[in-house]
Design a protein around this ligand. Structure first.
Ligand code: C2O
Ligand code: CU
Ligand code: CU
Length: 497
């Protein structure tokens, strides 16, 4: 059986093909509801932040209560705010009847507080990681990393955002009032059954991972609407999906500016009209609503974009120029409220200084080959469960340290996919992409990253340095961030000493 895994090469602004096919579930005519803003918990002063990992119920669909998991709330967790050179003290209590590991994705912290699968919190137990935040301002997140269960637990709700500030970002005039002109936008897709319960099965997931049919933003079903001031508005977009790649654009095809990637601010704002996001990735963007008109952010499923039909530009223009163009239901409408104080300052030309290492500083090169192979004679029904998901020929084994890395020196990591599209993620660091999918790194991917995409039969490479220790008992992980690939073994462990 041939695979059809190849992620279409979708490069923002390129002329690769694009026409849109989106699904319309039964409840798609719902009126937009207000975008929920997760509670902001400021941990900057170092006081312990209590986080209860628990079950919950939420009426995503009218009249139906979905059983969920959440962190101090029914679904998802609060947004945690911290600062460079401060300590973030978390105190997790696991009140579930199963073990949970919670990882701080994007944090540069030692392996012992990184929250990988070795750090599972038993039912009823507590875990109190003290996180010394030494890295620049960034949008990170925290989510379940439980061995073999990350996909299911994230799907049911175990994820939240982390915002790191620092003096450099304070000094730049960017919109930064949380929930006013600085909005978290956590995008996920979920499938509900007739009773309103989440539908999820690792074993029945397709080879691309588990796709939901319905888009949630901050834990509410799209379309959504937010009231924002008539000025610059910053969106901290997190692709919190298990497996979907999203493509974002505004309904009027307006230009917006990407200002930050996974690990912090870009060197300079990058103008964009469409933006692809892989699972686990964060993009900070600024959109200008000074003219007082509302703007509608559309979320497309990249796998549903028909690559065969039209060029991207003309495809989008066709959609957008029809006077009564049907807009996708997966949208977030930003409605201007003139009563709100607006951020009017122009975007700075320079955001951050990003210094790449000299070639002579690269002390080591490592190769990683991601593969997914049909398990052989299991037959057509065996599907995903029968596939071997490996990195360098090995599936994740908690008792094996796959790589040993020296602390504080630069390395070049070359990552290749033999089969399928994968967002490769590394713990404990941010890295700088040198080549992406076998070609030149697009400007919006040239900042600090901790995820990098590679498609079928191509490769990406980046330079990376680890500044914190990770021991054999508490190693870091590298893995595919399609959570079903991770749970099926496309993951490895490494030490930093
Ligand atoms: Cu967001 Cu190891 O993951
Ligand atoms: Cu991570
Ligand atoms: Cu993968």
């Amino acid at each position: 059986m041939p695979f059809s895994l190849s992620r279409r090469h979708f490069i923002a602004g390129s002329v690769s093909a694009f026409s849109v096919g989106f699904t319309c579930p039964a409840w798609s005519n719902m009126q937009p509801t207000r975008l929920p803003i997760p509670e902001l918990v400021d941990g900057t002063n170092g006081d312990p932040v209590d986080l209860q990992i628990r079950t919950g119920k939420r009426a995503f669909l009218p009249g139906l209560e979905t059983s969920t998991l959440g962190i101090s709330q029914d679904y998802l967790g609060p947004t945690l705010r911290t600062r460079r050179n401060s300590e973030l003290n978390l105190s997790y209590t696991n009140s579930l009847s199963e073990g949970v590991a919670i990882h701080g994705h994007g944090l540069h912290v030692p392996g012992i507080v990184d929250g990988g699968p070795q750090l599972e919190i038993a039912p009823g137990d507590q875990w109190q990681p003290r996180l010394s935040i030494l890295q620049p301002a960034a949008t990170c997140w925290y989510h379940s990393h439980t061995h073999g269960k990350s996909g299911e637990q994230v799907y049911r709700g175990l994820a939240g955002m982390i915002i790191i500030d620092d003096e450099e970002s304070d000094a730049i005039d960017l919109p930064s009032r949380y929930g006013v002109d600085d909005l978290p936008v956590i995008i996920q897709d979920r499938t509900f059954d007739a009773q309103g319960q989440f539908v999820y099965s690792l074993n029945e997931a397709g080879e691309d991972g588990w796709f939901g049919e319905t888009v949630l933003i901050n834990g509410a079903i799209a379309p959504l609407v937010a009231a924002v001031p008539a000025g610059k508005v910053r969106l901290r977009v997190l692709n919190g999906a298990n497996a979907r790649f999203y493509v974002l654009a505004f309904a009027d095809n307006r230009t917006f500016f990407k200002i930050g990637s996974d690990g912090g601010l870009l060197a300079e704002p990058v103008p964009m009209t469409t933006m692809e996001m892989s699972p686990g990735e964060r993009c900070e963007v600024v959109v200008d609503l000074s003219d007082g008109a509302s703007a509608e952010l559309l979320v497309f499923f990249e796998d549903e974009i028909d690559a065969e039909e039209e060029g991207l530009i003309s495809g989008l223009q066709n959609i957008f120029s029809e006077t009564n163009a049907p807009s996708t239901n997966w949208s977030l409408k930003l409605n201007v409220d003139q009563a709100l104080v607006a951020h009017k300052a122009p975007l700075p030309d320079v955001l951050a200084s990003i210094v790449r290492p000299e070639e002579a500083e690269i002390a080591n090169v490592r190769d990683f080959v991601l593969d997914m192979e049909d398990g052989g004679d299991h037959g057509a029904h065996a599907g995903h469960a029968a596939m071997d998901m490996t990195i360098n020929g090995a599936a994740m084994d908690m008792s094996v340290i796959n790589e040993r890395v020296k602390r504080g020196v630069w390395e070049r990591w070359r990552v290749r996919s033999n089969q399928g599209a994968h967002p490769f993620h590394v713990h404990g660091c941010s890295f700088l992409i040198e080549q992406m999918e076998g070609s030149v790194t697009p400007p919006d991917q040239q900042g600090w990253k901790d995820t990098v995409v590679l498609d079928d039969d191509d490769w990406s490479e980046f330079v990376v340095r680890f500044d914190h220790p990770a021991t054999e008992q508490h190693p870091y992980m590298y893995h595919c961030h399609i959570l079903e690939h991770e749970d099926r073994g496309m993951m490895g462990q490494f030490t930093v000493t």
